[in-house]
Design a protein around this ligand. Structure first.
Ligand code: GAP
Length: 457
């Protein structure tokens, strides 16, 4: 983690509160007291997350001819995770408190709240009695089959199904090295201390690429993927200056990794990892080749060389990136009206391609049937292309504010000019108001769709 204090608990509190109030993110099972470490995305959160995953897929799979997609099963058979090392070693050291029976990650004891009062953190009250650290496996196990006697695990990462299907993808698609397999999907880890809102969850989504290559190319491709991923973050609205690259030193990387970069973001609770870009050598294909007893060797038709491909893995957290998008977009602006009265405008400054709603559509007067009819027509024209929201409740100024708060970049208002009541020059035009500058311009209705498409994709 980079050495810079970016913490701002008050800002984080406002973000969490906005997420609930406007329907981005709710705690799972809240009605029954809540399921710790699990989250439900509400209507706007679901749109935001979908925009992120769709853009990642478009950039990673659809706009490249060297990466193919897959969608693997979540339930994973035990031998796969024995070979990968997860059954034996996917654990965090933890300590138990014999007094309050709580369990803490050994590396987080000093910052984990303790139930004892007046103590603040675990181990700080004279009543606390902490055990020595012990390893705690993070995988979630389940039983299935007619008699429920077979063990499977909810996958702890999406990567393993990619390694296991590498040969099938290779053989069925006639691809050549280097090529990648990409996957977006749920992963599960029984984290000891889920914390920082959705940042460390027990159920989360990953966006992973396993890029198979010749051993000579691994180091170079790791650097290239790092650059590619930084470019991606810029395109979704996370500026380069808020990202930190940690070149993970020898001794702190997984033993099989020759190089790992952590891409970290300045969250309001500190600088924390968003994504890892790791050169995993031939470790993964090697352990599965051995575990399954089947060759995964690649034959290069041109050079006649046979070898086990190496892997470069850019592995990003989807929920963490959604959280970074919200943290980055959140802004409060003090505005002063003509009478000198101050007011705070809350805005989510999403780049348009990530915004959950692209356009708000308002009739100036909801009682004016012609304005409403035109709004509904505009809505029908835009809906196949983008998410829009029709709103006729309250003053237009308040409707703008409601859209600012959820990050809608454009609002279209149909008014009396649209109907031609102020002359022919403005007939058939609408007001388009931009969220960030609050600037307004008039556009012909017929020009709206191309104008918006250019700005939201
Ligand atoms: N296949 C490699 C792998 O899974 P990882 O560093 O354990 O590596 C990759 O996870 C990414 O998945 C992380 O950078 C993070 O964004 C996300 N992630 C991991 N654990 C998470 C958790 N408990 N909650 C939310 N996201 C998590």
């Amino acid at each position: 983690m980079a050495n810079k204090d970016t913490t701002d608990p008050a800002r984080m509190e406002k973000i969490v509160s906005l997420c609930k109030r406007r329907g981005f993110i709710f705690q799972a099972g809240e009605l029954y007291g809540g399921l710790n470490g699990c989250w439900d995305y509400g209507p706007l959160g679901a749109e935001l997350k979908r925009n992120l995953k769709d853009y990642w897929w478009r950039k990673t799979v659809q706009e490249r001819d060297d990466v193919l997609g897959m969608d693997g099963a979540i339930l994973t058979m035990e031998p796969v995770l024995v070979s990968s090392g997860h059954v034996g070693g996917f654990s965090d050291p933890m300590v138990d408190c014999k007094t309050c029976k709580a369990r803490f990650r050994a590396d987080n004891v000093a910052t984990s709240p303790c139930k004892e009062k007046p103590s603040v953190c675990a181990g700080q009250s004279p009543k606390c009695e902490l055990t020595e650290p012990r390893d705690f496996n993070l995988m979630l196990q389940t039983n299935f089959g007619a008699t429920g006697d077979q063990i499977a695990y909810l996958r702890p990462e999406t990567a393993q199904s990619i390694f296991c299907q590498y040969k099938n993808v290779l053989d069925s698609n006639r691809v050549k090295l280097p090529f990648g397999i990409a996957q977006v999907g749920k992963s599960f880890r029984n984290e000891i201390n889920p914390r920082n809102f959705t940042f460390r969850s027990r159920e989360f989504e990953q966006m992973e690429i396993e890029y198979f290559c010749h051993p000579d190319d691994g180091m170079r491709l790791t650097d290239e993927w790092l650059e590619e991923r930084l470019k991606f973050y810029g395109e979704i609205g996370i500026p380069r200056e808020k990202l930190h690259i940690l070149d993970v030193p020898d001794g702190e990387r997984a033993f099989y990794s020759k190089k790992t970069y952590d891409i970290e973001y300045e969250f309001p609770f500190g600088i924390q990892e968003l994504e890892g870009v790791a050169y995993r050598t031939d470790y993964d294909l090697g352990v599965h080749e051995k575990g399954a007893g089947k060759s995964l060797v690649y034959f290069d038709e041109e050079t006649k060389e046979k070898f086990l491909p190496h892997v470069v893995e850019p592995s990003a957290g989807c929920d963490r990136t959604v959280l970074a998008l919200i943290c980055e977009a959140f802004d409060e602006e003090t505005l002063t009206d003509e009478k000198g009265k101050e007011d705070v405008r809350t805005i989510l400054r999403f780049v348009p391609r990530m915004a959950p709603i692209k356009v708000g559509i308002f009739p100036l007067l909801k009682k004016n049937e012609e304005q409403v009819r035109i709004c509904r027509e505009i809505q029908k024209t835009l809906q196949p292309w983008m998410t829009v929201f029709y709103d006729d409740g309250g003053a237009v100024g308040r409707r703008y504010r409601r859209q600012d708060e959820v990050g809608t970049p454009f609002c279209v208002t149909v008014d009396f000019e649209t109907l031609g009541e102020q002359g022919d020059a403005l007939k058939g035009t609408v007001t388009v108001r931009q969220r960030d500058s609050m600037a307004q311009e008039r556009l012909p209705i017929a020009a709206l769709l191309p104008w918006l498409l250019e700005r939201v994709r």
